[in-house]
Design a protein around this ligand. Structure first.
Ligand code: PLP
Length: 504
């Protein structure tokens, strides 16, 4: 059984969990509330003005959604904060909405949502015992941080398993958040694309019953949360941008003439791509999966190292609905490194100004981490490849912001620019990678292309990880995903029941 039922499997464990949550006053938000924070009862949010979103406090569970504001505020934004990249910057007529993930609490990235989504079903069904077990969070960075944060505020012990060469900022954060630095941060060999090494470590850890692995690449609630929560949140962005374009208010419900043409997302675990399933189902938009050109698993069945931290793991995640994917795009880390460097400099900003890019857009670029640049570039390539026009909106996400990568600037200056980074490098990055983006390394998938990518997953999941062929193949059918998407009401009911037992 790939997707676990929402049924209590161990009443005694559930009882212990309820007791812990009662003692610690931990109340769980439902998926429906995270999808639409306006539905959260105001009395649950009276803490907002007093509690920083980065404090380890269970009440910050109410902030695990897309509607936080950048500043500490006593209310949520009615529409997730985003920037619309204009033609002057993208070189394409289609507007591109980039929605900011660094508004999420505690880790400044939306991966805290994936972590919550994976832990909560296990807790409310008695599958995880927070009084005795450790939650193991394997990832190349943000998901492990999300897992550690979520574990901590939910009274569980969390352990991060991540490659030793990830950015210094990630480790500094973990050192601050884990219960025991020596035991709860496990460094595996390599960097971004060394996921096999993470799996191997997890296999070793899972031999002890004390450890429960939350593998984001195969935990279907990761997909489900993005379908339900991210999908609906991005839909609100679509309505807002379309309404603004048509000069109508969001409340009128009209989307004017702007069509939602595509949802673009780089794939790490492929969780975020779940939002694409929701948007496609409701608005007919295409789903664009993006990867690093230096590790082109989907495009070329290739392999390699790259610096687009958070994505591209040399395999096809089990939770990727490959047969529903429409386009695959490869983006070079030379482009993401180049734009990250360029747009952090005064010369870069001056160049953008000279192109007519509005000041508000320029200043929002600090909320772009490497994978955000990757997503934007992939959206531009998609618009060119699909010949999209001014009435076609593309939506993508900035999973995290530049603040997580400041230590990369001196490192890249040495590694890429021979120790001297200058205005000519800035000019070149903007001209070549942004304005000069081409349709190279872009594939519109037909059935053969989809099957090729789908089948590649066999080697990871069936051969290495022991998934049965029947379970693996079941994911080819739309029914499998429809049944999964229909599960959130049952999960929400279990959450409500759990809260009631815990005294809420
Ligand atoms: C910075 C960053 N970008 C993109 C992704 C990919 O998101 P997903 O795992 O939902 O595919 C991740 C995942 O950890 C990430 O940390």
């Amino acid at each position: 059984m790939l997707v676990e039922n929402i049924e209590v499997v161990d009443g005694a464990t559930l009882g212990k969990t309820v007791k812990r949550f009662t003692e610690r006053h931990i109340q769980l938000p439902t998926f429906a509330q995270l999808a639409n924070p306006a539905s959260i009862p105001p009395q649950n949010l009276s803490f907002l003005a007093q509690l920083s979103k980065n404090t380890p406090d269970a009440r910050n569970l109410w902030r695990v959604h897309w509607h936080n504001q950048l500043s500490e505020a006593d209310s949520f934004a009615s529409v997730p904060e985003h920037v619309v990249i204009p033609p002057a910057m993208s070189g394409v007529e289609s507007p591109i909405a980039v929605v900011f993930g660094n508004r999420f609490p505690m880790i400044g990235a939306h991966k805290v949502l994936a972590a919550y989504a994976c832990l909560v079903p296990r807790l409310v069904t008695g599958r995880f015992d927070p009084t005795r077990q450790r939650a193991i969070w394997p990832s190349t960075g943000n998901y492990a941080r999300g897992g550690v944060a979520i574990s901590r505020i939910m009274g569980c012990r969390g352990v991060a398993v991540l490659p030793e060469n990830m950015s210094r900022e990630r480790f500094a954060w973990l050192e601050h958040w884990v219960e025991n630095q020596a035991e709860d941060i496990i460094r595996t060999p390599g960097s971004e694309s060394n996921v096999k090494e993470i799996y191997d470590k997890c296999a070793e850890l899972s031999e002890s019953e004390e450890n429960l692995i939350f593998n984001q690449f195969s935990e279907f609630p990761n997909h489900l949360a993005h379908y339900e929560v991210t999908g609906r949140s991005l839909e609100r962005v679509y309505r807002c941008v379309a309404g603004e374009a048509a000069g109508v208010t969001e409340e009128s419900g009209s989307v004017g003439a702007l069509r939602l043409a595509a949802f673009v997302s780089a794939s790490g675990s492929a969780g975020t791509l779940g939002a694409g399933d929701y948007l496609k189902e409701h608005h007919g938009s295409k789903i664009v999966a993006v990867e690093a050109l230096e590790c082109p698993t989907m495009l070329y069945n290739g392999f390699g190292e790259h610096n687009i931290q958070g994505i591209g793991d040399k395999h096809i995640p089990l939770i990727h609905n490959v047969m529903n994917t429409d386009v695959v795009v490869g983006i070079s880390d030379a482009a993401t490194d180049g734009l990250f460097m360029a747009c952090g400099t005064e010369a870069g900003k001056t160049r953008l100004r000279s192109l007519g890019v509005p000041e508000a857009v320029i200043s929002s670029l600090r909320h772009f981490g490497f994978s955000s640049w990757c997503n934007l570039l992939a959206a531009i390539k998609t618009a060119k490849q699909l010949k999209l026009g001014a009435d076609d909106l593309l939506i993508t996400v900035a999973t995290d912001g530049s603040e997580l990568y400041e230590s990369e600037r001196p490192r890249l200056t040495q590694a890429r620019y021979g120790g001297r980074y200058g205005d000519a490098d800035t000019q070149q990055a903007i001209d070549q990678h942004l304005l000069g983006a081409t349709t190279e390394h872009t594939q519109v998938l037909d059935e053969v292309g989809r099957e090729r990518i789908f089948n590649l997953g066999y080697f990871t999941w069936v051969e290495q990880q022991g998934v049965s062929v029947e379970d693996f193949v079941a994911r080819k059918q739309p029914d499998f995903w429809q049944e999964l998407h229909a599960m959130s009401p049952a999960l929400d009911e279990a959450i409500v029941e759990f809260n009631a037992r815990a005294g809420f």
